[in-house]
Design a protein around this ligand. Structure first.
Ligand code: HDE
Length: 669
């Protein structure tokens, strides 16, 4: 069913250029009769300056690129709708957070941070999760990430951090990776980054899907109610499908097999109508409790553990529409932490304060001047009225004879009336370049995250440190990082030191507190939107496959038939031929044929690789022979399909995402 058309969708109508049968014209509207041959003096002669169509076409082409975002260059977007569960008038006057009958249109852009526009999706990195709410009171943006903390505490360090993580300046290597000297040099010298590093080394940095990752506003923001009373707030997005990740080896192979893996996944599921959903949750802290924590609420390298302040779900966003033009919409969208509506305000978090400067500043360059809010994707759905005029690409024709206030000539219009009112916070202090001592502890929450991880999550963190530091050339940098790990946890430090061939560092006495909410275990389970490869060949029992497939698809799974050649197999249409398919683009595998596939190395590898990546594998009929030929060790999650309940058992296995307990250390695939 098509979603109802919202206000933003309708507003875009006036800018849409439909596919139609009109004839080609120049930008000036003059009809073009030949766009294949430049105007020349004789068929073998020079091209003429007077060929305005040629010149316009080439000039426009020469100017097609705009600067990519300095960070978060690679991204994918989608439209959605936000629905509120209950009015929040007690804490905020924001209209869209008070009226449950309103459906607020949204646009979301997911991104990676370090890589260029053309880099692969599945890299170890933070993911951006920026949402623009087109509210009746103007645009409100939550410019979030999929980690709840950040690398630095003060925005003045942002250029240093970004320069360190980006490719090194002398040779522009490596692309979209943190596994290099300058990044880890920054980390070892800037221990405030360590908590974020723990997130970056965890599987959160390699999400299975944009649809299966959380979003965090990171900073403490402020809500303000109608009587001017403030409440601290942390924003959280929680995916309805649960939070799930890929495994590292899979990530590396996906970069070659499908560099657009996350982008494609978002696009395809929306096209199918399996709309991604996220709950918006808040952690609310009354101002009276500001100093009740053993960390500073203004420090963006700290979380408020959910066990201390529970998450309150306040609404749901459903992404229900793909953009129609990547450049016009996803590339030109401009988010800004300072895009706020009445009832939502800032705190003095020094990172947030810097962001409130940076986004507008960078957009003035990236989108070429001050009129970029008029670009269709950026326009609020309510009227814009002010005296800001002129500049490159002014699209409006302002009829007023005045562009200043106050004025008497235009009846004082547009006049400043009741609108956004800044929260009246009392501020006093000495001008000083210094952080508050309450920002000094860089280790406790790094320990908290380590303590809260399950065994497999800990193993993956250690492996990530070893991969990353294994790419660092300078020994003193590795030693510096390991020294810090000694302050986080002896188990972590000793394993990493051992792998790097370094002596164990001095170990601190660490606390044993945990925050179970930090672990990715215990997520909601579902096969919905899980992609399953069914390997078929000439020996397949097509009836058994069809029955299995029907049951899986009834639960929302996406099945693809993979066979040695395109066409049909056993009367069933083939979706992909084996040489164009790879297990890494699927969540699970069904081996449905052994007769044709068992002797094929590629088919064996397919199954073995899925096993290595701890995916559910089932065999039906002669498929057992393929599983045997792949010589999988006897372990969990490999279901041999004798009996009627195979579909049920397999669906349960797929819904569990991965068999992390499966020992794959000896599997070479
Ligand atoms: Fe950003 N960030 N950021 N950032 N950020 C940008 O804005 C910046 C930070 C985030 O899909 C830039 O328009 C500074 C935290 C996302 O278009 C730039 C600091 C968080 C996106 C910028 C931070 C983010 C950006 C680049 C430290 C998570 C992509 C292009 C003070 C809460 C938005 C642009 C999109 C993009 C600056 C830190 C999230 C340069 C100075 C913390 C999701 O303005």
């Amino acid at each position: 069913m098509q979603p109802a058309r919202d206000a933003k969708d309708q507003q875009l109508d006036e800018h849409r250029v439909p596919v139609d049968d009109l004839n080609m014209t120049t930008d000036q509207g003059s009809r073009v009769d030949d766009t294949d041959n430049a105007l020349r003096a004789g068929t073998r002669g020079p091209t003429l300056m007077e060929d305005f169509h040629f010149r316009e076409k080439i000039t426009r082409f020469d100017h097609e690129r705009i600067p990519e975002r300095v960070v978060h260059a690679r991204g994918a977007g989608a439209y959605g709708i936000f629905e509120l569960y209950e009015p929040l008038g007690d804490v905020t006057s924001a209209a869209f957070l008070n009226d449950t009958s309103v459906k607020t249109p949204t646009f979301v852009r997911f991104s990676t941070v370090a890589g260029s526009r053309g880099s692969a999706d599945t890299v170890r990195d933070v993911r951006g999760f920026a949402t623009k709410f087109y509210t009746t009171q103007g645009n409100f943006d939550i410019v979030a990430n999929n980690f709840p903390v950040f690398f630095i505490q003060d925005g003045i360090k942002f250029p240093d951090f970004v320069h360190a993580v980006k490719p090194e300046p002398h040779n522009e290597i490596p692309q979209a990776q943190s596994a290099h000297d300058t990044f880890w040099d920054f980390v070892q010298l800037q221990p405030e980054s360590l908590h974020m590093i723990m997130w970056l080394m965890s599987d959160r940095a390699i999400p299975r899907s944009f649809r299966m990752m959380q979003g965090f506003g990171v900073h403490t923001f402020r809500l303000v109610n109608a009587s001017g009373q403030g409440t601290f707030v942390k924003w959280h997005w929680r995916p309805v499908l649960g939070t799930y990740s890929l495994v590292w080896d899979e990530v590396l192979r996906l970069q070659g097999n499908d560099p657009d893996y996350n982008r494609r996944d978002l696009w395809e599921t929306i096209e199918r109508g399996a709309y991604p959903e996220y709950e918006l949750c808040v952690q609310l802290v009354p101002e009276s409790r500001e100093h009740d924590f053993d960390f500073d609420l203004l420090d963006a390298t700290k979380i408020i553990p959910e066990e201390q302040v529970p998450l309150r779900p306040i609404g749901k966003m459903t992404l229900n529409r793909n953009p129609q033009n990547f450049f016009a919409e996803t590339e030109q969208v401009a988010f800004h932490t300072a895009n706020v509506v009445p009832g939502i305000d800032f705190t003095n978090d020094p990172l947030l304060q810097a962001r409130n400067f940076s986004y507008l500043d960078t957009q003035l360059l990236r989108l070429a001047g001050p009129n970029f809010p008029q670009i269709p994707i950026n326009r609020p759905v309510n009227e814009v009225r002010n005296d800001q005029r002129d500049g490159f690409h002014q699209h409006m024709v302002h009829e007023s004879r005045t562009s200043y206030a106050p004025n008497s000539i235009s009846g004082g219009c547009p006049g400043a009336v009741e609108g956004y009112r800044h929260y009246q916070e009392k501020v006093e202090g000495t001008k000083i370049r210094m952080r508050s001592p309450s920002f000094e502890d860089h280790y406790s929450q790094s320990t908290l995250i380590w303590n809260s991880m399950s065994d497999w999550e800990k193993q993956h963190i250690v492996a990530a440190f070893l991969f990353e530091l294994g790419h660092v050339e300078r020994k003193h940098i590795k030693e510096g990082v390991v020294r810090h790990l000694g302050q986080i946890h002896p188990d972590l430090a000793s394993q990493v030191a051992q792998g790097l061939g370094l002596p164990a560092p001095a170990m601190a006495q660490v606390h044993s507190d945990t925050s179970p909410a930090l672990s990715m275990t215990g997520q909601p389970r579902s096969v919905a939107t899980r992609k399953i490869a069914i390997l078929m060949g000439d020996g397949t029992d097509a009836a058994a496959v069809t029955a299995l497939r029907r049951e899986l698809e009834a639960q929302g799974a996406i099945c693809e038939i993979v066979a040695p050649a395109e066409g049909t197999v056993g009367g069933v249409p083939v979706d992909r031929q084996l040489s164009a398919a790879n297990s890494v683009i699927y969540d699970a595998v069904v081996a449905a044929d052994g007769a044709a596939l068992a002797p094929m190395g590629r088919a064996q590898f397919f199954v073995k690789e899925a096993f290595k990546h701890q995916k559910a594998i089932a065999s039906v009929g002669s498929g057992r022979r393929l599983v045997e030929a792949a010589q999988l060790p006897n372990d969990v999650g490999v279901l041999i399909g004798d009996g009627n309940d195979i579909a049920k058992r397999f669906a349960e296995a797929v819904a569990g995402h991965r068999f992390y307990e499966r020992d794959v250390s000896s599997v070479p695939a």
